[in-house]
Write a protein that binds this ligand. Structure first.
Ligand SMILES: [Zn+2]
Ligand SMILES: [Zn+2]
Length: 328
């Protein structure tokens, strides 16, 4: 079946070398057994600011940004997702049948790794394949900006699940970018450390106990959000013996410049957490529906697609917390 929509649309693309451009690209066809979605809102992810990571993605051609999406179904080949409903699909979905899926390790499923939005989430339309519908949340009832938080909040749900975090534990979060702020909001009573005064001020307004880094207090659960050795070493310096340290972002590729002796002697437990699976998006959707997290907690700027290149640089510099592109 061919698409009723033909022609070109606008999409934000990362070009090798680091430039973000708004390019004209073809409107995708509705995938066989999938859906075609018209974008309503799309958030810029802090992961998309990591230069080395994006260069890798753009090595084979310009890379369409965006995976924190909210849109409306405009063509459908799946009765569960009829035309007119609001959806927030994950940009990867597992097969649910292979060995790693049976173990619940969804992000390591071959299908999960090879699925993606067509051409990406920062575009006026995108296709969601039949496989991707395995992790596509209906977000009717949530405002468009809040609905874009399903994926980032699901990454927080996964990290906290893997850490075995319990409310009331003495906990700290390092870094108050969007992801640090989401963690902190889901860890009541935690202390958040940040060097950027603007981010501290924003978080304090959301009721967060945020302050400049100091090592006067020790913690049992620590989440490290920036992917830097410096942030990780700070975590070691505020860890109680036996503490669990969650690494939310990857450290840059290559050998690490510090030794692990302290981590060993202190019995520290290091927990990596990469992306999230369908079990986590379900938890995140429930958190959003409960009102515990809302768009206005973490989204500082609502912008048009044409303003994205500028907002990208501003977010990268730490001048703004998080922009969401509003379509239409
Ligand atoms: Zn993201
Ligand atoms: Zn699988």
């Amino acid at each position: 079946m061919s698409s009723i929509r033909e022609g070109m649309m606008r999409a934000a693309r990362f070009h090798s070398g680091g430039e973000i451009r708004i390019d004209e690209v073809p409107i995708p066809q509705c995938p066989h057994g999938g859906i075609l979605v018209q974008s309503l809102a799309s958030g810029l992810c802090s992961g998309e600011l990591m230069g080395w990571y994006m260069e890798r993605k753009a090595a084979s051609g310009p890379h369409v940004l965006g995976h924190e999406v909210c849109g409306v179904v405009v063509e459908s080949q799946d009765d569960r997702f009829p035309v007119g409903i609001q959806v927030s699909p994950h940009h990867h979905a597992p097969c649910f049948e292979c060995e790693v899926c049976r173990k619940g390790q969804f992000v390591h499923c071959e299908t999960w790794r090879t699925t993606k939005l067509d051409p990406g989430g920062m575009s006026e339309y995108f296709g969601v394949s039949r496989e991707l519908l395995g992790d596509c949340r209906v977000t009717d009832g949530l405002d468009h900006v809040t609905a874009t938080l399903v994926e980032p909040l699901a990454c927080v749900a996964k990290q906290l699940r893997r850490l075995g975090y319990q409310e009331g534990e003495k906990s700290a979060v390092i870094g108050l970018g969007v992801m640090g702020l989401l963690h902190t909001l889901m860890m009541p009573g935690s202390v958040a450390f940040e060097r950027n005064q603007g981010r501290i001020d924003w978080s304090v307004n959301s009721g967060v106990n945020a302050r400049l880094p100091d090592t006067s207090e020790k913690f049992d659960v620590i989440v490290v959000c920036p992917g830097s050795e410096e942030a990780f070493e700070f975590a070691l310096s505020i860890a109680n013996p036996g503490a669990r340290i969650g690494l939310f972002a990857p450290l840059p590729p290559g050998k690490l410049g510090f030794d692990f002796e302290r981590a060993y002697m202190q019995d520290l437990i290091l927990v990596n957490s990469y992306s999230c699976g369908p079990n986590d998006t379900e938890v995140a959707l429930n958190w959003l529906k409960s009102g515990r997290i809302r768009g206005e907690h973490v989204v500082s700027h609502r912008i048009s697609l044409s303003n994205l290149p500028e907002a990208y640089e501003q977010m990268k510099r730490g001048d703004i917390l998080k922009p969401v592109v509003m379509f239409g």
